[in-house]
Design a protein around this ligand. Structure first.
Ligand code: P6P
Length: 325
């Protein structure tokens, strides 16, 4: 019986294929996969919290029960800080970046993440996800500095996400295509299931929160009217990774534009829009803020928000025509 290609085997084969692909990502991505397995287990039993005897703030062992997004944040830190590849970690869950303690070896990359995006969807059993981006550090001292994190998306060396859905999948790119792995819980291995993902140049799906129709910025309403005329179908989960992943595989466009409530949009540039834009460009799609490419935006704040228009190339180009009018 064919075992399928595991993540580590695939990473080693990729290293052979692309000499410039460094082994650093093999161990980093393997550790990220470990965190993903831990989170997959926790997310999948979240509904059982009360039944399993997690009373209020304490579990059966008297340990404090963490909110799952805080748990996810701490899990990624615990599995990544010992790798010797990182100098610092930034997260939606932490105001300031985490400096790799002196007790651990330090490396030449910084890691940015939304450890569990859409965690409010857990209670209603909707797919959620983790999103991450990796950059080479720019500073040379003993600690990571702000400039290490405030880099353009174009300078990412690796980006990926994990989607905790009907199955748990890990999708990543290191600049040599986009590859998807599905967790086989029976053996605890991520197996290659989607090699070299390409997003169709045009899709039949559009994703946007139509509840914001009366506060959208200019051009959005006209674009949405246009796609309805074309007969595109509406799909909106309200969980970024779920909406993005479906469009990546089937084609389509996701929009979270600026509106009267969120003048810079709702989604975060550095650990949501940029990693997904790197992935979608590697899959021949596009990601913009309605005017410029996400990957060309020079960040000035760690947690800054940005309008996000992302998905099939021709759909994004068409939407940009309306939004930049
Ligand atoms: P709205 C989830 O809370 C999230 O951050 C993303 O995962 C999702 O795309 C977006 O917000 C949904 O926002 O305003 O449509 O509920």
């Amino acid at each position: 019986m064919e075992l399928g290609t595991g993540l580590t085997q695939f990473l080693i084969e990729q290293q052979r294929k692309y000499p410039s692909a460094t082994g650093d990502f093999t161990s980093l991505l393997s550790e990220i996969a470990t965190a993903a397995k831990v989170l997959s287990r926790e997310v999948n039993k979240a509904g059982l919290i009360d039944i399993l005897g997690f009373h209020g703030k304490l579990n059966v062992h008297g340990e404090a029960v963490q909110k799952l997004d805080q748990f996810a944040n701490d899990t990624f830190i615990k599995v990544l800080r010992h790798t010797g590849h990182l100098i610092g970690i930034a997260s939606e869950e932490m105001e300031e970046p985490y400096q790799i303690p002196d007790a651990y070896p330090k490396g030449k990359y910084v890691f940015l993440m939304d450890p569990l995006d859409g965690s409010s969807n857990i209670d209603v059993n909707i797919s959620i996800g983790s999103i991450f981006a990796i950059y080479r550090r720019k500073s040379v001292g003993a600690h990571a500095t702000t400039e290490d994190f405030l880099q353009k998306g174009r300078d990412q060396v690796c980006a990926g996400y994990i989607i905790y859905g009907s199955s748990t999948m890990m999708v990543y790119t290191t600049g040599f295509g986009v590859h998807g792995f599905t967790l086989d819980p029976g053996i605890g291995e991520f197996l290659l299931s989607h090699e070299n993902i390409r997003i169709p140049s045009r899709g039949s799906i559009y994703s946007i929160n139509e509840g914001n129709e009366f506060i959208w910025g200019n051009g959005v309403g006209q674009y949405i009217k246009q796609v309805k005329k074309e007969g595109k179908t509406a799909r909106y989960v309200g969980s970024l990774v779920a909406d993005f992943h479906r469009n990546l595989l089937k084609g389509g466009i996701f929009l979270y534009p600026a509106d009267a409530k969120n003048k810079n949009g709702k989604l975060r540039l550095l650990y949501e829009a940029s990693p997904l834009a790197f992935i979608v460009e590697q899959a021949q799609g596009k990601g913009s803020d309605g005017r410029q490419m996400i990957l060309d935006i020079a960040p000035d704040k760690l947690h800054q928000r940005v309008p996000l228009i992302i998905g099939s190339k021709e759909d994004v180009e068409e939407a940009n025509g309306y939004l930049s009018s």
